[in-house]
Write a protein that binds this ligand. Structure first.
Ligand SMILES: [Zn+2]
Length: 296
C-alpha cells in the first residue's frame, strides 16, 4: 500500500492549491564506519574491542543522524538505515533520529543494502571507504579485509559502493550521496557519475588522515544529502549488463577452492573465481554467502 500524505498547512505554505496530495519520498541510508570522520584505525576506533569504540559508534550515529536530517530537509517522508559495519550492530538505537527505522546484524542476502526496494527514491552512503589496493585511503578493503582482495562486476574493479549501487539499481534507485575520505569519493564519482560527496577526512595513507571536527563532518553530510536527494532525478542508477559476472579474488586460495564447488562458478586461477548471475540480486546472495565461508 502506498501512503499519500495530505498536509493542508504545508500545501498552503508552498502555494499549492489545497486538495492536491504529496507523494511519499523514501530515502535509504547504508552506513559503514571506516569512513566516519575521525576514524583511522580498526584497533582503536572501529572494532568493538577498540578503546575508543564507544565514542566513535556515537559519532557514527551522529553522522547518520545528519544524513537523516539532510534527507528530511529535502522533503523525505520516510528513512530506512542499515547498520552495515562489522557485526552490523554499531549505531546507538537510543541516539538515532526517531524518524528513521533501522536494519541491524548479519547475515542478510542484500548485505549492506538489506531492506531497499522499489518504493525508495534515493540511496545514501555514509562512512564508506575505498576498495582494497587504493593508495591514500583509510582502511581500504572490499567487504572483508580478511577474505577478499578484489571484487569485479562485469570486469570492473568496484568498491563496496559499486556493489551496493548495483543492488540499488535493481530497484531503479540512484545513489545520490557518499561520505568518507577523498579517495572513496573519487572512486564513487568515477563509477556513479555526479553524485554528491563529502570528504570528512583527507587520507594520507592507510591509517593516517587529516581530520575535520565532528560537527563540521555532520554539517557537510547534512548539506550534501539534501543536495543529493533534491537532484535524484538527474542521477542514473548504476546499471550493469546482464548476466552479471561477479569476479572475486580471495586472500586465501582454499576459500576460492570451496567457493568453486557451487554451480555457476568458474575458477579462473587458484584464488580467483567468477560467478555468473542472472541479476545483481542473485549475485548479492552468492556474495553474502561466500562472505561467511572461511575454511580453517
Ligand atoms: Zn566497515
Amino acid at each position: 500500500m502506498r501512503l499519500w500524505v495530505l498536509t493542508f498547512f504545508a500545501l498552503a505554505a508552498s502555494g499549492i492549491a489545497s486538495g492536491q496530495s504529496v507523494a511519499p519520498l523514501k530515502v535509504y541510508i547504508s552506513a559503514d564506519m571506516e569512513g566516519i570522520g575521525g576514524v583511522s584505525t580498526w584497533d582503536k576506533q572501529s572494532s568493538p574491542k577498540g578503546a575508543d569504540y564507544e565514542k566513535f559508534r556515537r559519532l557514527m550515529t551522529l553522522e547518520v543522524n545528519a544524513a537523516i536530517a539532510g534527507a528530511y530537509d529535502a522533503g523525505a517522508s520516510d528513512v530506512l538505515v542499515s547498520d552495515s559495519h562489522w557485526d552490523g550492530q554499531n549505531i546507538d538505537p537510543e541516539l538515532l533520529d526517531r524518524r528513521a527505522r533501522m536494519v541491524r546484524a548479519w547475515p542478510r542476502p542484500l548485505g549492506m543494502m538489506q531492506g531497499i526496494d522499489d518504493s525508495f527514491a534515493a540511496a545514501v552512503f555514509v562512512g564508506y571507504h575505498a576498495s582494497e589496493g587504493q593508495a591514500n585511503a583509510i582502511l581500504a578493503h572490499t567487504d572483508s579485509s580478511t577474505r577478499f582482495f578484489e571484487v569485479k562486476l562485469n570486469g570492473v574493479t568496484v568498491p563496496e559502493a559499486g556493489i551496493n549501487a548495483a543492488i540499488a539499481e535493481e530497484f531503479g534507485v540512484p545513489v545520490v550521496f557518499l561520505s568518507g575520505d577523498q579517495t572513496i569519493g573519487q572512486e564513487a564519482t568515477r563509477l556513479l557519475g555526479a553524485i554528491e560527496t563529502a570528504a570528512v577526512k583527507i587520507a594520507g595513507g592507510f591509517y593516517s588522515a587529516t581530520m575535520l571536527h565532528p560537527e563540521e563532518c555532520q554539517r557537510l553530510i547534512r548539506e550534501g544529502v539534501k543536495r543529493g536527494v533534491e537532484k535524484r532525478r538527474q542521477l542514473k542508477p548504476y546499471k550493469l549488463a546482464r548476466p552479471v559476472k561477479l569476479e572475486v579474488t580471495f586472500k586465501r586460495t582454499v576459500d576460492a577452492e570451496v567457493a568453486s564447488y557451487f554451480q555457476g562458478v568458474e575458477r579462473l586461477r587458484g584464488n580467483v573465481i567468477v560467478y555468473t548471475a542472472n541479476d545483481m540480486l542473485e549475485a548479492s546472495r552468492f556474495f553474502n554467502a561466500i562472505g561467511f565461508l572461511t575454511v580453517d
